[in-house]
Write a protein that binds this ligand. Structure first.
Ligand SMILES: NC(=O)c1ccc[n+]([C@@H]2O[C@H](COP(=O)([O-])OP(=O)(O)OC[C@H]3O[C@@H](n4cnc5c(N)ncnc54)[C@H](O)[C@@H]3O)[C@@H](O)[C@H]2O)c1
Length: 309
């Protein structure tokens, strides 16, 4: 109840208290999500420092961002290739790359973490950076499935800690789920909402509950599609066609599972079922377990429910 009241008061507050205006962002993790967020932040005039564990990984992040910007420019500056090239140059100037997280957080407004989905590793990271980042710096996690309050507990800045959950691919997907815990201050929450809008995204306010909004609805839906198929109620192809043509979804649940990664889907379900073992929505699927055990994770490994060349 305390949490509910906190959220309501947050929602009703209209007076802008002195919020941190986020201009400089340090993103930890230059993988799929971190590189995407870096690209969007740099494209919208923010100064970005992207951190990962090795130079080789960072080289891949640079390549990924440049490749993605080229696709954006192809559409946006179709008839003006020089302007497109200048745009890429300007955006890339806004991003720096480093393996030194300790130095990277010393002058920054926001530390946004997009590293491996492991609570201990995330806690260790934030616990260490808490001692190094300035007092005004807001910390945020892009976790898909872990409680923000558990990650924040390794720091002493509980009031300046929240969740910013982006969607893949970040440059394309308009939504950001902004998560406040019961300790997140109104100012921090407002700053995270403003930052999301400054990125050109549409933020929604979420409670710190498993899966926030989108995954809480989407993951059980995908799991139920597998169970429907396991019970012999329909082929995966028919279920995908049915949801696309009957519900107007752009992808069927099996196509979406292959895109998300079957390992990721299983990891999320295992975590939630450990938190809420009796919930039938979070039950195991033999078919999913078998595919994951065989290393068939979906598009990224060339095979999941479907085969990819
Ligand atoms: N992939 C998605 O669709 C998606 C969507 C929303 C949120 N997320 C969340 O975003 C986070 C990252 O996911 P991803 O798909 O980008 O993963 P990824 O594996 O593509 O990238 C993670 C990156 O973090 C780096 N890393 C790991 N530990 C590090 C450390 N201590 N310091 C610096 N870098 C470190 C890795 O080298 C890797 O480059 C996860 O928490 C995930 O749950 C993922």
């Amino acid at each position: 109840m305390a949490f509910f009241t906190h959220n309501i008061s947050r929602a009703l507050s209209s007076t802008a208290v002195r919020n941190t205006v986020i201009k400089h962002v340090t993103i930890i993790g230059g993988g799929q999500m971190g590189a995407g967020i870096a690209q969007v932040a740099a494209s919208t005039g923010h100064t970005v420092m992207l951190v990962d564990t090795s130079e080789d990984i960072l080289k891949k992040s640079v390549k990924g961002i440049e490749g993605s910007l080229k696709r954006v420019v192809k559409k946006k500056f179709a008839d003006k290739p020089e302007e497109g090239a200048a745009f890429i140059q300007k955006v890339m100037k806004n991003v720096s790359f480093t393996t030194d997280a300790s130095s990277a957080v010393q002058t920054t407004d926001l530390v946004l973490e997009a590293i491996v989905e492991n609570i201990k590793i995330k806690q260790d990271l934030f616990g260490g950076l808490d001692k190094l980042a300035p007092a005004h710096t807001i910390f945020a996690s892009n976790t898909s499935s872990l409680p923000i309050s558990d990650i924040a507990s390794s720091t002493k800045r509980l009031d300046r800690f929240g969740g910013l959950h982006f969607f893949n691919p970040v440059p394309m997907m308009k939504l950001v789920e902004v998560i406040g815990t019961s300790s997140t201050s109104q100012e921090t929450f407002d700053s995270l909402m403003s930052f999301s809008k400054a990125l050109g995204k549409t933020p929604v306010s979420c409670k710190d509950t498993p899966g926030f909004i989108v995954n809480r609805l989407l993951v059980p839906y995908m799991m139920e599609a597998i169970r429907l198929h396991e019970r012999g109620h329909g082929s995966k192809e028919d279920i995908d066609i049915a949801m696309k043509l009957g519900a107007g979804y752009p992808m069927g649940p099996f196509e979406l599972l292959d895109y998300v990664g079957l390992d990721t889907a299983k990891f999320i379900m295992d975590g939630w079922s450990a938190m809420d073992p009796g919930n039938p929505l979070f039950g195991q699927s033999e078919m999913l377990n078998k595919l994951v055990a065989e290393g068939k994770y979906g598009k990224k490994t060339g095979e999941g429910f479907y085969k990819y060349k």
